[in-house]
Write a protein that binds this ligand. Structure first.
Ligand code: BV8
Ligand code: ZN
Length: 252
């Protein structure tokens, strides 16, 4: 990768008053979490409209819940990688929150707790735009619980009897407006948006880096290949997040 690009990217990070990071499935790829749209990604075996929609959840809850149970079992063996940990150290050092993720795997939270040690992890805790697969919520009354293994009978809410489902945002479901507003404000106020490991095709998340750019900020993209966002990036660093992020952030 060109040395000039690295120098410029480090300068942008060092000189940025406010930094927001938007991550996608690519940052967890080196932890063994399958991405969505890469070869061998999750969607390769399933079609989103089959599984990650509220209609599919009503039409065939057992299949949807078994798909999430399979993802949870895979996730239980995954640990944060050097990319998650570099981002956690960066936001802990800056002392201000700025991490927004599309991922539901919880690995940013694990990295924040591990890197913070006895210090408060808050600046490195992520805004989880699409929820968290480690939690369940009721499809009716919004009650939430820690996720439980899938039993033979469909899981029901003790308060209202509706279906218990993963606390994630399915396609066609709206994001929590407060969560989205917090992320949007961070993006709008940032001087730099670091976009890591996302194909930038899912909205409204993919619009966040553009909010930074529209308010005069820069975008630095970290990805193994170009994406829908590359053209809008000031700098596009090609490489794996677990290698690029420590090299980019640990010195700033
Ligand atoms: C909503 C479920 C109101 C949880 C997910 C505006 C325009 C167009 C469409 C829409 C729009 N507004 C709404 C829509 C519809 C839809 C949408 O965006 N569709 C797209 C596909 C066209 N959005 C919604 O439905 C959202 N709801 O807006 O409500 C509404 C509703 C309907 C119509 C209008 C308005 C809800 C979106 C949330 C959907 N839920 N997941 C789960 O089970 O995970 S999204 C799903 O995709 C995941 O959460 C994932 O995070 C997300 C994005 O994917 P990526 O993270 O980018 O992953 P991907 O595999 O695609 O890319 C990986 C990247 O990493 C690649 O670039 C690869 O090169 C790179 N990479 C790989 N390895 C590495 C790496 N990079 C670095 N290092 C590596 N080692
Ligand atoms: Zn309920």
């Amino acid at each position: 990768m060109e040395q000039g690009q690295w120098r410029e990217a480090r300068r942008l990070v060092r000189e940025a008053g406010r930094v927001v990071a938007l991550t996608g499935a690519g940052i967890s790829a080196e932890s063994g979490v399958p991405t969505f749209r890469d070869a061998g990604g999750l969607w390769r075996s399933y079609r989103p409209e089959e599984l990650a929609t509220p209609e599919a959840l009503i039409r065939d809850p057992r299949t949807v819940l078994e798909w999430y149970a399979w993802r949870r079992s895979r996730l239980s063996r995954c640990r944060p990688n050097a990319g998650h940990r570099a981002l956690a150290r960066f936001f802990l050092k800056r002392g201000e929150a700025g991490l927004v993720t599309q991922n539901v795997d919880g690995l940013h939270t694990h990295a924040a707790l591990e890197e913070a040690g006895d210090a408060p992890p808050d600046p490195a805790l992520p805004i989880e735009l699409h929820g968290a697969v480690g939690r369940d919520r009721c499809n009716g009354c919004e009650t939430r619980w820690p996720a439980e293994p899938l039993a033979d009978s469909l899981p029901r809410c003790a308060s209202c009897g509706d279906l218990r489902r993963p606390d994630v945002v399915l396609f066609g479901e709206t994001l929590d407006p407060e969560v989205l507003e917090r992320a949007r404000l961070l993006a709008e106020r940032a001087d730099l948006c670091l976009v890591v490991g996302t194909s930038a095709v899912v909205y409204p998340a993919a619009a966040l880096p553009l909010a930074t750019r529209e308010s005069g900020g820069h975008i630095v993209e970290v990805n193994v290949r170009s994406t829908a966002l590359t053209e809008a990036a000031t700098i596009a660093l090609r490489g794996e997040a677990g290698t690029v992020l420590p090299a980019l952030l640990d010195c700033c």
